[in-house]
Design a protein around this ligand. Structure first.
Ligand SMILES: [Zn+2]
Length: 811
């Protein structure tokens, strides 16, 4: 064990850059950083995008998302909180205590956007905000509006850093301030940030406070401040915060730290952590911060830990869309292979954090597998978080829906919209990288860049219709002809590897290989760390043509992923597809795509801003009266890119349609309940759920879907079942929903059955058995047979609780 660790560390030492790296400081000086990432990204500001897929997204971000998010920040008091704190107006704090962070994040996005497209109005707006923030900052550097209004409350500062998120908020401020300085050269915001960081260094140190932040983020911000100012104390402070995590005995206001537990990755020292646990946004920000500090200090222990954790995620905790976070309860990672689809969390923020983390892993190790994961998140889980119009957002990004999900205009906790606002403008920055005299082409996006390497200036121009077509032209124009390597990423998916683990595999091996042509001649370069390394004497006018085969590929999940058993996902290029109701006669969960069904890809320019679709013939699964599941005919199906779903109203969607009959959610059998026209006094969740014939495992089972009356409490609610003709009915079974521990639904106080006697006259049935209200079982009532065309069930709720129903069976 020791030996292998030593070997591991020796290998990593080689991977890290030990030579000095120069950065330009805020004061205009150049300084040498002792350590940095092995590979340098090419800043988004050096990459011009002219791409059919990404240009509209970037334009929408600039013209819609960023102004819209500022508008929302104003509307919801997030900006007036700062004005109040600056003494410009009076009033109480509005909204959630960590709302400052959203304003900083949108400002960061606005700064990025200014870099590419200068707009005077946006510049003036940012200047105004920064003036207000400067005014809201306390004399000692403190800045957090929640404790600043209606008057300053110095006694409360840092009293609850586990939950109040002062450090999370200022971490975002540091990121925004650095971005603003880099774009405008104006130092005011950076001064506000460094004054605040100086205070943080003064309050949290070995001699005073040693409890770690409750929500990571400040570590990333401090590293950026270090790069912008060259002040080592900010880097040391980031490292200090990392090192306080997981130590029992840390001194906080309650005398002890190391108590937040795995939810905040505080269960063990970070260098001893081996599994991705807890809240997934906190976790991925932590791992990103560890990568930064490791790169900037040369600390190998952090790298060893994040390498192990990365493997844990990619082996067992990554959704096929690239999303992370399986459980809504703690917004975080589930256990190994716990990847439910309908209740998937996959928070948009976690996707963005996962991109940050994987990008840094690439810069450290230089392997394409990290860009493979990054690309999977980018084109799927992350892009799904924002509508194509740019002003509707997903917080969780589920992989299956019966119609209960839609994007929202905003959220009380608006972390996701503001994160998208800062992320989309930065996308061009993930395209290229360089090391010494070599360059890397990581993503395939049409446009241009100019890369300053150690001894040359290299202009690269890409032309491609990626992600729809696999042909990529790269034109090379070095300032001077010389020998260097262009490393072109050959994506894992183009080499029959779905993800860098056995979590997902392609059902069939595609024989056609990626090919490369340089100046018209086919070449077979060495493949190094997943890159085709083309080393030659490059001259102006040279051209590379990459061809990536893009057949439709079927994906099968590891057998331990229970939610995906008997199911198949479809991918073409980097894009994961889904079946959605408008293209599929409303129902998709009952479809079965057999392994031998032919699949065709076709570009539809007028659908969803222009998307590739996949079509084929599916079987329809139907339940019989005896409970068997049988094929009941065929239907043409159409799959669209996952990111493009939820733009045409609510309904069914699935990323994982069945490939075997038993894995489908069959069309229900023609029971009396199913063929009735059903209505209810009130519907929260799904009315269809009570007759979908999916039997719950327990009253609390969320996967079976249910109807509930929340937020109604203490009322009498009803369900009504109508038929075109009269039927003989003598018993009814109800399975109640109860979400004790999660929500406000409990078993009802009582219930009774009525039948339509004549006209609108309903009479109670004469029951032979009592009306039970038991948990985790059907409650059956037998009554003297009635001949009727309508049954009504009245349900009396407890005074303080709501109630719900999983399933109803009328016989
Ligand atoms: Zn979020």
């Amino acid at each position: 064990m020791l030996n292998s660790n030593r070997f591991f560390l020796a290998v990593l030492t080689v991977l890290m850059t030990s030579g000095l790296c120069s950065v330009l400081l805020a004061n205009g000086q150049k300084v040498e950083l002792k350590h940095d990432y092995n590979i340098k990204p090419v800043s988004f500001s050096k990459v011009t995008i002219r791409d059919d897929f990404w240009t509209p997204r970037l334009e929408t971000s600039r013209n819609v998302t960023i102004p819209y998010c500022f508008e929302k920040c104003e509307e919801t008091g997030r900006i007036t909180n700062f004005e109040k704190a600056a003494g410009l107006m009076k009033g109480k704090h509005e909204g959630i205590y960590f709302n400052d962070s959203d304003v900083y994040k949108v400002m960061e996005g606005a700064a990025y956007s200014l870099q590419v497209h200068h707009e005077t109005m946006m510049r003036l707006y940012l200047d105004k905000l920064i003036q207000i923030m400067d005014g809201a900052q306390w004399e000692d550097g403190y800045l957090f509006t929640f404790y600043s209004i209606p008057e300053r409350q110095p006694e409360k500062l840092w009293t609850n850093i586990q939950s109040i998120h002062e450090q999370y908020c200022v971490g975002h401020m540091y990121e925004a301030a650095v971005a603003h300085f880099q774009v405008t050269g104006d130092k005011l915001f950076l001064d506000v940030a460094t004054q605040n960081a100086d205070l943080i260094c003064d309050v949290f140190n070995v001699d005073k406070r040693t409890d770690p932040p409750g929500h990571q983020e400040i570590e990333i911000g401090l590293c950026k401040l270090y790069r912008a100012t060259g002040q080592e104390k900010y880097l040391n402070q980031a490292r200090f915060f990392l090192d306080q995590r997981g130590h029992k005995g840390n001194r906080g206001p309650n005398g002890d730290g190391g108590l937040y537990g795995s939810y905040s990755q505080d269960h063990k020292p970070v260098t001893e952590q081996t599994r991705a646990l807890g809240h997934s946004v906190r976790a991925a920000y932590l791992y990103t911060g560890m990568a930064d500090v490791a790169a900037l200090t040369g600390n190998m222990e952090y790298i060893k830990a994040i390498d192990t954790i990365w493997k844990d995620v990619v082996d067992t905790k990554l959704y096929v869309t690239g999303g992370i976070g399986a459980a809504g309860g703690h917004e975080g990672f589930g256990g190994h292979y716990e990847l439910p689809n309908m209740t998937a969390y996959c928070e948009t923020c976690a996707s963005i954090a996962n991109i940050f983390w994987n990008h840094r892993m690439f810069l450290m190790h230089g392997d394409t597998k990290y860009i493979d994961v990054l690309e999977r998140v980018l084109y799927n889980a992350a892009l799904s978080g924002i509508s194509m119009e740019g002003d509707r957002f997903f917080y969780p990004n589920v992989l299956e829906s019966t119609g209960q999900h839609s994007r929202s205009p905003w959220f009380g906790c608006a972390c996701c919209p503001s994160n998208v606002a800062r992320f989309i403008p930065s996308v061009p920055g993930y395209t290229y990288a360089h090391k010494d005299s070599d360059v890397f082409v990581n993503l395939f996006i049409s446009g241009q860049t100019s890369i300053e390497t150690s001894n040359n200036k290299i202009k690269l121009t890409q032309q491609t219709q990626y992600p729809w077509k696999g042909t990529v032209q790269i034109y090379v124009e070095p300032e001077k002809s010389n020998t260097f390597a262009i490393n072109v990423r050959i994506p894992g998916w183009a080499q029959n590897e779905c993800v860098p683990s056995d979590l997902y595999t392609f059902h069939k091996v595609v024989k056609e290989q990626a090919s490369l042509i340089v100046n018209g001649k086919r070449i077979s370069p060495d493949i190094k760390n997943g890159f085709a390394r083309i080393e030659r004497n490059w001259q102006k006018g040279d051209a590379i043509k990459l061809n990536l085969p893009m057949p439709v590929r079927r994906i099968i999940a590891h057998r331990d992923v229970e939610a995906d058993r008997g199911k198949v996902a479809l991918q073409r290029g980097p894009v994961v597809f889904c079946l959605e109701w408008p293209d599929n006669d409303s129902g998709v969960l009952n479809l079965v795509i057999p392994d031998d069904a032919n699949l065709h890809a076709k570009f539809m320019p007028d659908l969803l801003n222009g998307v590739m679709v996949i079509t084929g013939t599916a079987q329809v699964a139907k339940r019989t009266i005896d409970g068997d599941i049988v094929p009941a005919g065929e239907r043409q199906f159409t799959a669209i890119p996952y990111y493009a779903w939820a733009h045409r109203g609510r309904g069914q969607m699935t990323v994982w349609p069945a490939r075997q009959l038993k894995a489908a959610r069959p069309e229900p059998a023609d029971t009396l309940t199913y063929i009735s026209k059903t209505k209810a006094s009130f519907v929260h969740s799904s009315l269809d759920a009570i007759k979908d014939q999916i039997l719950p495992k327990s009253s609390s089972d969320p996967s079976a879907l249910h109807l509930d009356f929340w937020p109604h409490k203490g009322t009498t609610e009803w369900l009504q079942f109508d038929w075109d003709q009269k039927h003989d009915i003598s018993s009814i079974k109800i399975y109640f929903f109860d979400d004790t521990g999660r929500g406000e639904c409990r078993l009802p106080e009582s219930w009774k059955v009525l039948y339509r006697d004549s006209g609108d006259n309903f009479k109670p049935v004469n029951n032979n058995t009592p009306y039970h209200t038991e948990k985790d079982a059907f409650n059956k009532v037998d009554f003297e047979p009635v001949k009727t065309d309508s049954i009504k069930i009245e349900i009396k709720l407890h005074q303080k609780w709501s109630a719900g129903i999983q399933e109803v069976i009328i016989e």
